[in-house]
Design a protein. Structure first.
Ligand code: NAD
Length: 477
């Protein structure tokens, strides 16, 4: 690939931008330039770094509508979701700017007289960031703001499917006062991501994307030396609907969770585990409402569901649907790839509700990353929690019930990084950590107070002001 071309997924003949793809020499130059700028940046006091992050937040807010439209055109999400995504970046800037004037370490009492012991955070150097297409502005913000606050340089490779949003976000940072050279953008597909992952000048790799790619990134990065590698990967998110749930609320949650962003969120609801007594009614409600959703150009405010990012992706989703039907599932309503008038060549996919899915079916276990909602019937609260946990992913889950005891017992039993009660599996907020258990990640979390951990290292500092040799664990009297 010598150029990266961005297409509007609703009308793929429409080109949104074109960028030269980076070769190995370009990656070298980007890492060297970021490293050079980072040496001075690391000396800038943290609150002053935070002021630049705050300014970036202000600029994002000023341009929210324009950027939301760009997200909508390039990633195919409906306008309100594009706006929500930009708002997430604005919220992240506010949160991280606040962290710039908060505690970044701890002071502990020393066991020796006239001695102090504390921790501080130091940068990792240059952070290599590899991001997916589905949150082309929010995910770069989750990574760039804390990485900058921690004193790092950045080389970011946006998804080849959403390079224009990546550039637009970095332009905002440059305008907000980030020093020249400190943030570098390299464009390209997996080969450029791989070159970044293994580059010796990169101190930490921060990756968000699918499980298979994440595994390759982790393996490659570890080969070139010990470094921080943080992985935010896929999900197979479930909503439990117990027999006392408010079914209207659960229906609203299922529709937004499963079909928002055409099911192409890492936290999209792909399984509903419903108690048998209310299953038929819930399916009827969800299927009826799904059939009423309007598919079309996502920048049209009357549209509910935009396109799938590429035709190839739509065909993969269709393949999973066919396989599920082959395993015995039934489709309740419309399903499959469809065309939309005025959106030539765009691959749209009917929001699809499947019944008769069993926990062992492939569709109940693998991420579909599309608008396929599997309904699985369960008998009890415990069985529902067991089925939630039977997959290799652990990102997000929700439980709908009006009984606080049942809700909290489910929350305790669910093995995911994010859990909701009476709210859909999508909709995380910035101040709490974001990420998952099991194969969804490798233990790091983004956002929240500890989001900075993947972009910094802890240094423990001991200061002895006694004027004599004091030996820890020996001179303890
Ligand atoms: P992807 O894994 O196909 O690509 C992600 C990025 O990795 C892209 O920039 C791509 O160019 C790059 N890449 C590909 N091969 C590489 C390699 N060998 N080495 C280094 N980089 C490489 O994912 P996608 O289709 O862009 O995004 C969808 C996936 O991301 C879904 O699985 C979704 O669940 C996941 N996701 C997770 C989160 C989270 O926070 N947990 C958030 C959003 C999306």
């Amino acid at each position: 690939m010598t150029t990266v071309t961005s297409y509007n997924p609703a009308r793929p003949a429409e080109v949104l931008g074109e960028f030269p793809a980076a070769d190995a020499a370009a990656v070298d130059r980007a890492v060297a330039a970021a490293a050079e700028a980072q040496r001075s940046w690391a000396k800038v006091p943290v609150p002053l770094r935070a002021d630049i992050v705050a300014e970036a937040g202000r600029l994002l807010a000023e341009r929210k509508d324009e950027l939301a439209t760009l997200v909508s055109r390039e990633a195919g999400k409906v306008l309100v979701e594009g706006g929500g995504e930009v708002q997430e970046a604005i919220d992240m800037a506010a949160f991280v700017a606040g962290q710039g004037r908060s505690a970044m370490g701890q002071v502990v009492p020393s066991e020796l007289r006239d001695k102090m012991a504390y921790t501080t955070r130091i940068p990792v150097g240059v952070v290599g960031m590899i991001t997916p297409w589905n949150f082309p502005m929010a995910i770069p913000s989750w990574k760039c703001f804390p990485a900058l606050l921690a004193g790092n340089g950045i080389v970011i490779k946006p998804s080849e499917l959403a390079p224009v949003c990546g550039e637009a976000f970095v332009d905002v940072l440059a305008e907000s006062g980030v020093p020249d050279g400190l943030i570098q953008v390299v464009h390209g597909a997996g080969d450029v991501g791989a070159a970044l992952t293994t580059h010796p000048g990169i101190g930490a790799v921060s990756f968000t994307g699918s499980v298979p790619t994440g595994r390759k990134v982790a393996a490659a990065a570890m080969e070139t030396g010990p470094r921080v590698v943080s992985l935010e990967l896929g999900g197979k998110n479930a909503m439990i609907v117990l027999d006392d749930a408010d079914l209207e609320l659960a229906t609203d949650g299922a529709l937004f969770g499963a079909f928002g962003t055409s099911g192409q969120r890492c936290t999209s609801t792909s399984r509903v585990l419903v108690q048998r007594g209310v299953a038929a009614e819930l399916v009827e409600r969800v299927a009826t409402r799904a059939a009423e959703l309007t598919l079309g150009d996502p920048t049209d405010p009357t549209v509910d569901v935009g396109p799938i990012i590429t035709r190839q992706s739509a065909e993969r989703i269709a393949g999973m649907l066919d396989h599920a039907v082959g395993e015995g599932a039934s489709v309740a309503g419309d399903s499959g790839i469809c065309e939309v008038e005025g959106c030539d060549g765009g691959a749209f996919f009917h929001p699809t509700v499947l019944t008769g899915v069993r926990p062992e079916h492939r569709l109940a276990r693998e991420e579909a990353f599309g608008p396929l909602l599997s309904v699985i019937e369960v008998d009890s609260d415990d069985e529902a929690v067991d089925v939630v946990n039977q997959v290799e992913y652990g990102l997000s889950a929700a439980v709908y019930t009006q009984d606080v005891n049942r809700a909290l017992r489910a929350v305790d039993g669910i093995d995911t990084g994010i859990c909701y009660v009476n709210a859909p599996t999508i909709g995380a907020e910035i101040p709490l950590p974001f990420g998952g258990t099991k194969h969804t990640g490798n233990g790091f979390r983004e956002a929240g107070a500890r989001g900075i951990e993947q972009f910094s290292q802890v240094k423990s500092v001991y200061i002895d002001y006694s004027g004599r040799l004091q030996r820890a664990q020996i001179d303890t009297e």
